[in-house]
Design a protein around this ligand. Sequence first.
Ligand code: PRP
Ligand code: GUN
Length: 182
Amino acid sequence: MENDIKEVLLTPEQITAIAKDIGTQISKDYKGKNLVLLCLLKGSICFMAELMKYITIPCVIDFMAVSSYGSGTESSGRVNIVKDMSTPAENMDILIVEDIIDSGNTLSFMLQYFKAKNCASVEIATLLNKPSRRKKEVPVKYSGQEIDDLFVVGFGLDYAEYYRNLPYIGVLKESVYSDTEE
Ligand SMILES: O=P(O)(O)OC[C@H]1O[C@H](OP(=O)(O)OP(=O)(O)O)[C@H](O)[C@@H]1O
Ligand SMILES: Nc1nc2[nH]cnc2c(=O)[nH]1
């Protein structure tokens, strides 16, 4: 698995520092609010687990699964809900926890989805952000690290469902996926 990685972009220590910064900010911004940390499965599980350790105010956690990538490296543009959250969203301050924003298709769909739900607020926290790839603009309240147009894996992020268990964010060698994609 390690042999398929061209470069480490974020070490475990750098990821922890980002989670601490964002967690501290969230703890200030959401004091006295009805915070729901909403983890978008599957990619965000590691960032969610790291981030919540540094949130010092009461909150509930929940999970949704949406998917638009199939098994490759390009978004299909069609977002499907695979699993909905179980907490009623009405009057809650929803903070969507994301691993990466690329085209913006996933989060644009999520914001649209919550428009009809009468939430108190809906915001986004992401570990990684690829602004150069954006097709749909989304407002990002907390952004960890901006990265170039590279396909990254690890710390929850996959290629064809593998590599999620790497403890760091790394760039996948092109040779790993160029043979299988057009
Ligand atoms: O901005 P976008 O172009 O929409 O890309 C970002 C989304 O793509 C990945 O999810 P994916 O659909 O691959 O599912 P996963 O989290 O289960 O890996 C990632 O976890 C983000 O949710
Ligand atoms: N694993 C992974 N999933 C993504 N979804 C959107 N961009 C990426 C990326 O760079 N890596």
